[in-house]
Design a protein around this ligand. Sequence first.
Ligand code: GLY
Length: 658
Amino acid sequence: MSANFLLDCQDLREKRREKRGGEQGGNGPGQLGGEAAQRAGDRVSGESKRPTVRLPTRFGGLPGPRLLVGSLATLVVMAPGVPGELQAAYREPLRGGRGAVAADHELASRAGAEILARGGNAVDAAIATALALGVVQPAGSGLGGGGFLVFRRADGTVRVLDFREVAPKQAHANMFVDEKTGQVVPERSRRGGLAVGVPGEAAGFAQALRELGSLPAEQVIAPALRLAKEGFPVGRHLARSAALVVPQLRAGHPLRVLLAPGGAPLKQGEQWRRPELAETLAVLAKDGFAAYYRLEPSAIGDEILHAVAAAGGVLSADDLRSYKPVWRQPLLGRYRGWQVVTAPPPAGGITALETLQILDARPVFAEGPGASSTLHEIVESFKHAFSDRARYHGDPAFDAVPPELGTAAYAKDRAATISREQVLQPTQYGRPQGNTPAQAPRDHGTSHLCVIDKDGNAAALTTTVNLSFGAHVIAGRTGVLLNNQMDDFAAQSNKPNAFGLVGTGANLVAPGKRPASSMSPLLAVAPDGSVLCVGGSGGPTIVTGVVQTVINVVDFRMTVEAAIAAPRVHAQFIPDSVLVEPEIAADVRAGLQRRGHRLVVTPAALETAVQAVFYRPPRAQVDPGATTPIPVADDRPAEPRGFSVAADPRKGGIPALP
Ligand code: GLY
């Protein structure tokens, strides 16, 4: 587990201190504070009555800093505590009536809101937001990476675009295995040229803009170009990411030069300009996104090829020329009467959908969001879905992922195996191939954003360079940081990657293949026409963060802000343990342990950052055929009509309205 835990923990606490007024917690509808919290707490029978999303004093009283050796055999840095009062855990969601943007950086959210204000639609704004993220938050995403877009028009049509990186044509199954020892060399798939997959972001944006957007590339690129050219104050996440990576880099390393321009790592608040990236964005604004793949001397593609070759990689001109994004059949399912739309393999939406549908086939939660009975049901469902992920997940062009994994019938079958009182034997989850202990998931990269425009069109876009600052390879003078997405392949069957995820043949490296991803951009549509847009960053904790956010909104009627801030658990089948955020009360933990779960209480918040927008259309826009009331477990009022938007305090995200 990385020291980013420390950072994100700090982010969360700082965010909480920023909470304005109402310290008894959210007086907005659905928030778990004050009376509402008490009601939810009341449902946690026999356990803590404490509102689950408020800071327990023990969270503010952590000793620190100290090193712990956790039961996952990973080194964990414990954050220093913030002594003091009990504080509310989240703010009111931002609300408005003309669209909304949620990104994990305020300047990126504002870039998207600017495009909405200029008349752009959800896809225009999503691309503008993603481009701005690549400028201000380069540890996570950028033009050197790739991702997935889930789009739903207000009329209900849905599209999914896969602009995931692909393995170069010279890639092969043993490229990350030492020839002499036969052992995986993790460094090879994480740093340097061999780690780089063919970037898909620019091609994806070109395709999405052409088919779904409404503005020219020049306008959509403008906010990111302005940020890169004129500069911006370095944010907390970037400063902390730079502080972590710079000491690992030799003097003169191009990434070190970029992140420590004056010798010391960038500091929060310091003004930072990115002139080389500005130049690249200016070329794309002038000539279109296709210019990214141009190969004449000193063109962007040419710079990429030279940089990768110099770093020992095998990316070829043919790889860049032949890269194509793929329109995929959207993955559709149902949860508690809501329609779920997400991205199919190689994206992680299948794991999120399988989990939700297993839960849907179980009785509704008997108790509240923080109860051990609730968390037990959720964890058991995760374990089934992640077990199937380990065996089947990969590029469907190479190995078909069994289509039944996304069906209600399969979910019902798996749901029937779950016991309310006891975990199952490892061999009973999904179709397991064995249970190899592995390290806990870590993540520093990836970014999720949600946009819903004034007409109700929704775009959920997750983008990544994989681990923090990708492969640590900068493409010459372009300012583009290249991904290390090759680490998302299984270097060998059942050998964990950086996230502790294992895979089998379905996810072994092959030329032209896309690595399995956890990215799960997801839209959920209520029977009354309301739309929840959600997604996250954080490796496999994306899936678990997204699912728990959906549950909090759909089952527990939380506002998006409360749903995101609520403490989470994470289980991915292998390793056979459950990560538990520290705010989950001791008696709840005991309830889980009694059922046989092995818990690892994280010293700080999980490294997941979920962003969400909830849109409740005006009555007039609701399809008259879709007036079934939303099935809910309580009588609190629903979200007001219009837009509610929230970004995860774990990463310091701030949403924006046009
Ligand atoms: N690179 C992170 C993911 O795709 O899951």
